[in-house]
Design a protein around this ligand. Structure first.
Ligand code: WT7
Length: 652
């Protein structure tokens, strides 16, 4: 992180207290209430979390709230028996929520479906029975590659119900990425769909899955959900392997008892990028993840029975898992789920959805907000957004300008904004305002949630005004590790401070009010439109190309995406860079990872700036790519390379 950024946030001193009206009705109101409860949660976490867990259903109570006997592999609610699907659905069937809308789904063409809790229960049970009939049982890994249709949410819940481990692969990933993940998790089953609508065009998914599993012996069955009745999405079905979802569930019983699972039974795997070329399967378990997503959703979104909660995240990412499916449903909320693009048929689509369903809570990403700003105020102004009472953001630091726009144009200056900092590994939100408590400051994720002992420290672990963000106590939804690679979990997250504190990989600053300002990653992970991409992943893709000798990929500032990628590529002796070659490299990245990982720029270079010990100076490459003045380059093995790169970059 550079000192410029620290200065910017230091000068942001506007504050926005919650309105009296909001406070009066909030679950948690006023700073005193927050401080008292936060103190209790840190000093006596066992009591705090036991009380939270008590709000949910357990077939058998836990013996121990937190077990730290195998640090840093913490376990929660050990000995307890529960089921997250049961808590998200069955728990709401006796009483006023039975016929309440659980999921309001809007398709991109404008079709819509409403599933009440009763409907959801029936559909999940049939789905779960169908999965069981295919031989899927507790502990089996199931890969899911589905678009944003209700069956995606149901697939997660059906797996959770029978104790199968789901692993959703975001529907923007390529066949190669799906294949790598299937191999890593050793999945015998894949649930996919024939397609979805995206910007008015059909997006065919099944052929991508066919390509991914071609020649893979481990995959036995592929369940295919049809998006539409017509023949738009027709796809090949492989005899003996592919199963039509509708046929599978048609005659299944609408009762399927929820499996009584151990609190520590695995719930899901979600792959995310790190500093090496290989994505990691982040593990989460039933009990701790359930309690944490339930409580965070309740307090941060201040969920009330009459709320209509619209989260724009795709279920392919952690936000969709925790705050479109599990957290809100555990609270019996009504969730709006949208299939398509925010700018189809025009730039006002999200606002049309807010108006149509009377959404009261809206949760999105800074990259989307910056796009809305660019599209112009006329879009939100043409819709009735008066139903909104609370806004949220997640995915990357939000620039104060975008925050102010969100506050004024979407929130009419009355809705609190919760800027929520967290990550795939934390399972749920860690730093956030509470809407009835916290005076917000544009660009700050403000204060730790209950049970979160956050600090900004230096390498020696001493508290500092700016430095590394760390969490000094385990919390229920902390990842249980990297699938199949316990050492990687220790090396990545517990490598500093004698393995006592968790290190998320972000840099942060803390201000005079104790507010946290997350400044971004300090490792080689880049956040493009809120999607995490490891630069090492792209680098290993490039070197697979026969013309490429070496490459270095860095994150650069991007007006809409927050960060984009710049790729510096050294070609083999005698090979000339060309636009065609750039295109080929872009296509390779699209094939190996997915189109969303395409860099903004590819720069061919005869060499990369390296230290005398041979380490690539990424900081210098970032400076060049962002046009900053360069500091001391005398540690470089060959300082002249920098000048030549600078010249090339500005010409390009
Ligand atoms: C990384 C995690 C959490 C769901 C979406 C991304 C960055 C996330 C914020 C925020 C500043 C943020 C961090 C984090 N990040 N939210 N409110 N302010 N930075 O999940 O793919 O696991 O990425 O996103 O850098 O480490 P993810």
């Amino acid at each position: 992180m550079d000192s410029q950024e620290i200065n910017v946030v230091l000068h942001e001193n506007r504050t926005f207290p919650p309105s009296k009206e909001f406070q009066d009705q909030a679950h948690i109101a006023g700073m005193d209430a927050y401080r008292e409860l936060h103190k209790k949660s840190i000093e006596d976490p066992d009591t705090f979390w036991a009380e939270a867990a008590d709000e949910l259903h357990w077939f058998k109570k836990w013996d121990q709230v937190m077990d730290d006997s195998e640090k840093p592999f913490y376990k929660w609610f050990t000995g307890g028996k529960t089921n997250l699907c049961y808590n998200c659905v069955d728990r709401h069937l006796d009483g006023p929520n039975r016929n309440k809308a659980a999921i309001i789904w809007e398709g991109e063409p404008g079709d819509s479906r409403v599933l009440t809790y009763y409907d959801l229960h029936r559909e999940i049970c049939k789905f779960a029975n169908g999965l069981k009939s295919l031989g899927i049982k507790k502990g089996d890994r199931v890969a899911i590659y589905l678009p944003m249709i209700p069956e995606l949410a149901m697939a997660l819940l059906a797996c959770a119900r029978i104790g199968a481990v789901h692993s959703v692969v975001f529907a923007g990933f390529s066949a190669d990425s799906i294949k790598d993940r299937i191999l890593d998790m050793d999945a015998k089953w894949v649930i996919t769909g024939d397609g979805a609508w995206r910007r008015g065009k059909p997006l065919h998914l099944k052929p991508i899955v066919d390509e991914a599993i071609e020649g893979l012996n481990c995959v036995e069955k592929v369940v295919v959900v049809q998006r539409d009745d017509g023949d738009t999405f027709d796809c090949d079905m492989k005899e003996g392997r592919d199963v039509d979802y509708h046929e599978l569930v048609k005659d299944q019983s609408k009762e399927c008892p929820a499996e009584e699972l151990d609190s520590e039974d695995m719930l899901f795997l979600l792959y995310t990028s790190g500093t090496t070329g290989k994505p990691k399967g982040i593990m989460h378990t039933q009990g701790g993840y359930m309690v944490y997503t339930y409580l965070t959703a309740k307090y941060i979104f201040d969920l009330k029975p009459e709320d209509v909660y619209f989260c724009t995240a795709d279920i392919g990412w952690i936000t969709g898992h925790s705050y479109l499916v599990y957290g809100p449903l555990a609270n019996a909320a009504t969730c709006v789920m949208y299939e398509g693009a925010p700018n189809y048929p025009d730039n006002g689509r999200f606002w049309a959805i807010v108006e149509k369903y009377g959404a009261t809570i809206f949760y999105t990403a800074p990259t989307a907000i910056r796009a809305f700003m660019k599209w112009g105020d006329q879009w939100p102004e043409s819709y009735d957004l008066s139903s909104l009472r609370l806004l949220g953001t997640v995915g990357e630091p939000i620039n104060p300008e975008a925050w102010m726009w969100y506050h004024e144009k979407i929130g009419s200056e009355k809705c609190p904004i919760v800027d929520t900092w967290w990550q795939t590994e934390t399972g749920g939100v860690m730093l956030t305002p509470l809407p009835g408590v916290t005076s917000t400051k544009p660009g700050s994720a403000t204060l730790p949630f209950f049970g979160v002992d956050a600090a900004v420290v230096n390498e020696a672990g001493e508290e500092k005004q700016a430095g590394l963000l760390t969490i000094r106590k385990p919390w229920p939804a902390i990842t249980r590790g990297v699938y199949g690679d316990p050492e990687r979990f220790k090396d990545t997250y517990w490598c500093n401070w004698d393995g006592k504190y968790y290190f998320p990989g972000d840099g942060a600053k803390i201000d005079e009010d104790g507010y946290f300002w997350v400044l971004g990653r300090v490792d080689d992970v880049v956040n493009v439109s809120g999607h995490r991409i490891g630069t090492a992943e792209l680098e290993s893709v490039y070197v697979e190309h026969p013309t490429v000798a070496e490459s270095a990929v860095v994150g650069i500032k991007h007006e809409i995406k927050g960060q984009g990628l710049a790729s510096f590529v050294t070609l083999r002796e005698g090979i000339e860079g060309s636009d065609e070659l750039k295109k080929e490299l872009d296509e390779l990245v699209a094939k190996k990872i997915g189109k969303f990982a395409k860099p903004e720029k590819i720069i061919f270079t005869i060499d990369l700036p390296k230290t005398r010990s041979g380490k690539i100076m990424r900081r210098l490459l970032r400076d060049i790519a962002e046009g900053r003045a360069l500091g001391n380059v005398t540690t470089l093995a060959d300082p002249s390379i920098v000048e030549s790169l600078k010249g090339q970059y500005s010409e390009d």
